[in-house]
Design a protein around this ligand. Sequence first.
Ligand code: NDP
Length: 454
Amino acid sequence: MMFTSINPTTEACIERVAAFDSARIEQALAAARGASVLWAETPLAERTRLLVSVAERLRTQKETLATLITTEMGKLRTEALAEIDKCAWVCDYYAEHAEGMLADELIDTDAARSLVAYQPFGVWLAIMPWNFPFWQVFRCAAPALAAGNPVLLKHASNVPGCALAIERLFREAGAPDGLFQTLLIAGNQAEALVSDARIRGVSLTGSEAAGRRVAAAAGASIKPSILELGGSDAFVVLADADVEQAATVAAKARFLNGGQSCIAAKRFILVPEIADTFVAAFKAAAEALIPGDPMQPETTLPPLARSDLRDQLHAQVQASLAKGARLVSGGAPLERLGWFYAATVLDQCAPGMPAYHEELFGPVAAIIRARDETDALRLANDSDFGLGGSVWSQDRARGEAFARRMQCGCAFVNDMVKSDPRLPFGGIKHSGYGRELGLLGIRGFCNAKTLCVQ
Ligand code: NDP
């Protein structure tokens, strides 16, 4: 089997890489197991030095790595550069804070001494998607490695170049053999690997379907799993919001990364007082986007990463229109080379339509009109997903009260949902479980061991 990188802008093949055979997979597992013994005993200062060294390499190789991302999955080069910076940040963040986060926690009991010690589990299998092909990996690997665990990366099949480049970065930074390895294997092979005794935990970012399968495999083997799955985040605009600002940020929150982000705003829930003003401003912002070569700085609408994903998105748009959604803008693939889709705005989205219930992983916005603020909250929570949510009000206390009642893992008032190394990140309901980033993000990769001395 071969993995093929195709440039989504030109549809040209960039590279073909051979998949691992069973002997090569076995070799990687054995090396990871060996590294787990060594790395658990490695002083924390040495582990964090590796992260600092990786961060330095990310910064010095930023231009080349960003170009690789853009050619392999199509995102705007400006966004790819920012992605590399953010990876360096998360490495530096855990390098600086791991010591405090992993320090023994003394607890007073009847024992002479009792505490919680944060110890590594062993090898983690990281199954990652293509949409942020560096960030998704580093957000998992930086805390996992700092906590003393090796990482085996099964990256998405359409980004083998990024997968190999990340492995190379760790090697160049001085990672011991087997500590960070890329496995060039298919999804079903990764699922089968979960039961291997040398794998001690699995972290997956991707679709609900893949999450269900991997979580079932982890459950069958009684292993911890962390799932960061899709989302259909609500972006709620209340009557007292700064509507112009909300619409500007809404367009950024929807169209960033060509709309291919789990925490992109996807359902825009509007109360009657501001609905028409918001839709007009949002439509103007969507229509101002410039499709084109994502390497060029003037381009603001990149292609989608794969043609099948574009087909799926278009089918969701067509089915929503057939069920009564109103087309405000866009609504079709662009007639040009590359997997481009028009920036699309659908109004009057309602229950029964894919745009209301499903994740729209591309540049398509679903407008849902609420009767009032109470109805807006009901609509925001009327989703199987629960990743992020955003609410807009010039009364911060009112916004916060609304945000607290949103059923999601990360709620923002007067801002778009963003991940930040300092804050825990993750979802509820079908968006998954477990938390990445922040203190909880590193603790998820640890055995919190109770230790009592009498
Ligand atoms: P997938 O969930 O199929 O891919 C994500 C990762 O999971 C890839 O590495 C993939 O490998 C792997 N995978 C797939 N099936 C299995 C399996 N049975 N066992 C183990 N690993 C598996 O997502 P797609 O790329 O196909 O995108 C489909 C939809 O998923 C999107 O439209 C979007 O809705 C959602 N998605 C959400 C993301 C997020 O950030 N939460 C990111 C990407 C997608 P391989 O590529 O080899 O199949």
